[in-house]
Design a protein around this ligand. Structure first.
Ligand code: PEP
Ligand code: MG
Length: 753
């Protein structure tokens, strides 16, 4: 190598010796700059270290004026050194002074040096400083020299990270306390959680950097890459997508990178410069992170993010730490941070210790979000790239109502949230004390408050929340968390345990509502342009009796000798209800011929969630035993507005006169037919919306368990007659701002909403 006295491996060994010598960090740094300068045949070697977030300070030098040490400072972005830190990118110049960013510092005496090579000192995605060599002569540093200096910088990063300003007295510090940050994402519910960060996939801290035996390190790396490739093949081929929570395109990207020869070769080359396999992975990962910082194209950034994830996984393979944090010793106030995860992985955690969940991805209808809400933990999604900034043990506040998090919060923010949590707890205690009071309005109208459920973890809420029964049991949730299609006997046992837990209270099982966005990993499903409008729910059930009939059989057997209620999702035409009912009757006949005891009674219902059925409502009402409005879907189809799209979430108001006229119309027609009516969409759980639904004549609503307390508190202070007289009287008038009007009514009558 031109200019270098010895190979990089020898330099690393000498650096290790220098780092192990007694003395404080400053003395070690002083020796290290001499060593690097000699090895690189450079007249100057300098180390700049980050101070706080914005300043770089000259911490040691060989060749520049020693008086400038701890005096010369540059801002990140300022001068050549500042640019290297800002971009986390190496810079090699034949004539530094002609570079537009060159910032002259007279105290250093550097004007006589022309060529310049600087590399960032990176660790765990953070820039800790910059390492520079300079030569008088105008020369071009070779690629090998750049590589060697980068490897050296990595070893230096360890020394800087381990040094402490107070212990060394050297003025070195790892950067000031990392700043607090407020990050916005989307609210996935569960209230507020205060606690400490736990990384779902724990990071490996690489402490052994310098290889004893390069060939051993190479074979360790090769074996780990083989292991990684096998893993990507397996998740894709076995279709474990739902379990890992990752989207298929992310897994495809993982596989592409795992097989990428360029990536593997770069890591092998890094071992060749004297690093251990772990350090080589991290070296290449640092370069990748630097590219990520510079990348402005969102798609490319996303892919670099995938590669970063994969590098973390490779480190975990090398370290033999494959388990997620679920099996580790958790703090009592764990806030789990993940890029994404499957619902089953969340269920692996000890729920008693979970205070919150933060996901880089994760939409409101993602399966893990549904499970998080069921467990009742504060959850926020779409906090992009939080994993680059958070460390295990960081204090963190998750506001699942506002959709934001506070990382390393300032004391006044924490205090405000402690008050908020206390207030919330007091409110919950008040709701609990009202649990056994009747759900009756001031003007004596009885209301049926039911809860929505779908997992066994939901069932204890039935009594805790004081629900009158389960108005919607989403059977597909259990199918979504399973690794394979649940057998009839498994399904029977599950439904029987739900009925048992309900202890005589009614349970409405909804038959499988899969397809669209609710994907079963083990069920082949062809690509659809518009999955929400596609082959889903009852459409799929009727086309595939092989799926539907076992579920019906399991339900009938689970309710032997008891009452069974089943409703069918997405009924678009009455013939679909007839066909589903005929299948139930067929199953009943089958059970009779096989000596099984039938249910004592069967009630079959339909969901009203496709607008077309409203124009054939009487025909439906006379066929069914009950109906339930699925307002989530009904509104998305009425408004042609995707219910999962955050940009659309506040665009249209369910409390607008045309929608209210529709709900009133359904209530009147169901009443005339004598068919029981419930509404089980999300709006039932919002006290203001629920108040209006009662005003329109609906008397049975089903909601997530935490909403029952607030809705009951509202209705016990409500006079429905007054609401109708004062606000809802004539919905046919000019459009009014109905939300404002009902909020004013609530405020004027002391109704808590
Ligand atoms: C609805 O659509 O309102 C409903 C309750 O069903 P889901 O949210 O499961 O689609
Ligand atoms: Mg629906």
């Amino acid at each position: 190598m031109r200019g270098a006295l010895v190979g990089p491996r020898v330099l690393l060994r000498r650096l290790r010796e220098a780092m192990a010598e007694p003395g404080d960090a400053q003395k070690r740094l002083d020796r290290i700059v001499i060593l690097i300068a000699a090895n690189m045949v450079a007249e100057v070697c300098s180390i700049y270290v980050m101070r706080g977030d914005v300043d770089l300070e000259l911490a040691a030098t060989e060749g520049l004026n020693p008086e400038a040490v701890h005096l010369t400072r540059l801002k990140v972005g300022e001068g050549l050194v500042g640019q290297i830190a800002a971009k986390a990118e190496s810079l090699s110049l034949i004539d530094a002074q002609s570079h537009p960013a060159y910032a002259y510092r007279p105290e250093t005496g550097e004007e006589i040096y022309h060529s310049f090579l600087g590399v960032p000192i990176l660790r765990g995605g953070h820039t800790l400083g910059v390492l520079v060599v300079q030569n008088r002569a105008r020369r071009d540093y070779s690629e090998e020299e750049v590589e060697a200096l980068q490897t050296t910088a990595m070893v230096l990063a360890e020394l800087i990270a381990a040094s402490d300003v107070t212990a060394s007295g050297s003025g070195l510090e790892r950067g000031a306390r990392r700043p607090n940050r407020q990050l916005h994402g989307i609210a996935l519910g569960g209230g507020v959680g205060l606690g400490h960060a736990v990384l779902h996939e724990p990071r490996v801290i690489v402490s052994n950097l310098i290889a004893e035996d390069v060939s051993v390190e190479l074979s360790r790396l090769n074996e780990a890459i083989g292991n990684l490739r096998a893993w990507t093949d397996q998740v894709l081929l076995r279709g474990d997508v739902a379990r890992t929570g990752e989207h298929r395109d992310v897994l495809e990207a993982y596989r592409m990178f795992a097989y990428d020869r360029g990536w593997a070769n770069r890591m092998r080359e890094a071992i060749g410069t004297g690093l251990t396999a772990e350090a080589a992975v991290e070296r290449v990962q640092n370069d990748n992170r630097a590219r990520m910082i510079r990348q402005t194209d969102p798609y490319m950034r996303e892919r670099l993010h995938d590669l970063d994830d994969l590098s973390n996984r490779l480190l975990r393979v090398l370290a033999g730490h494959m388990a997620t944090a679920a099996g580790a010793d958790l703090p009592d106030d764990a806030i789990v941070i993940a890029r994404n995860m499957g619902p089953a992985e969340l269920l692996d955690y000890d729920a008693a210790k979970l205070r919150g969940l933060v996901l880089e991805e994760g939409g409101p209808s993602s399966h893990v979000a549904i499970v998080a809400r069921a467990i009742g933990i504060a959850t926020v999604g779409q906090i992009s790239e939080i994993l680059d900034d958070v460390e295990t043990g960081d204090a963190i506040i998750v506001d699942g109502d506002a959709g934001e998090i506070h990382l390393r919060p300032a004391p006044d923010v924490s205090d405000a949230y402690v008050d908020k949590v206390r207030f919330h707890a007091e409110q919950q205690a008040r709701y609990r004390s009202e649990r056994d009071l009747p759900a009756t309005t001031l003007d004596g109208q009885d209301v049926t408050l039911l809860m929505n459920a779908g997992l066994l973890v939901d069932l204890p809420h039935l009594d805790e929340a004081g629900a009158a029964g389960i108005g919607l049991y989403r059977t597909e949730l259990q199918f979504m968390v399973a690794a394979q299609f649940p057998r009839i006997e498994e399904q029977r046992q599950l439904y029987a345990s739900v009925i048992k837990a309900a202890n005589g209270k009614p349970v409405v099982f909804r038959s499988l509502d899969v397809g669209g966005d609710k994907v079963l990993p083990y069920l082949r499903h062809s690509h659809e342009e518009n999955p929400a409008l596609g082959w889903r729910a009852i459409r799929m059930a009727l086309d595939r009796p092989g799926l539907f009939r076992p579920q019906i059989r399991a339900l009938l057997r689970a309710a032997a000798g008891l009452e069974l209620r089943v409703m069918f999702p997405m009924i678009t035409a009455v013939e679909e209800f007839d066909a589903a009912k005929a299948l139930v009757e067929k199953e009943l006949a089958f059970l009779a011929t096989h000596g099984h005891k039938p249910p004592a009674g069967i009630k079959l219902g339909a969901m009203i969630e496709v607008p077309a059925i409203l124009w054939d409502l009487e025909a439906l009402l006379e066929r069914v035993d009950f109906v339930s409005i699925g307002s989530n879907d009904l509104l998305q189809f009425l408004w042609a507005s995707d219910r999962g799209n955050a940009r659309m979430a506040e665009r249209y108001d369910p409390l607008s006169p045309p929608i209210l006229r529709m709900f009133r119309d359904i209530a009147v027609r169901a009443g005339a037919a004598g068919t029981p009516l419930t509404l089980c969409g999300e709006m039932a759980g919002r006290p203001t919306d629920a108040m209006v639904l009662l005003g329109l004549g609906i008397r049975s609503i089903s909601m997530a368990p935490p909403s029952i307390g607030p809705v009951k508190a509202m209705l016990r202070k409500l006079d429905i007659g007054k609401l109708q007289d004062e606000v809802l009287g004539d919905l046919n008038n000019e459009p009014v701002n109905m939300r404002q009007a009902v909020e004013k009514f609530a405020a004027g009558h002391n109704i808590p909403i």
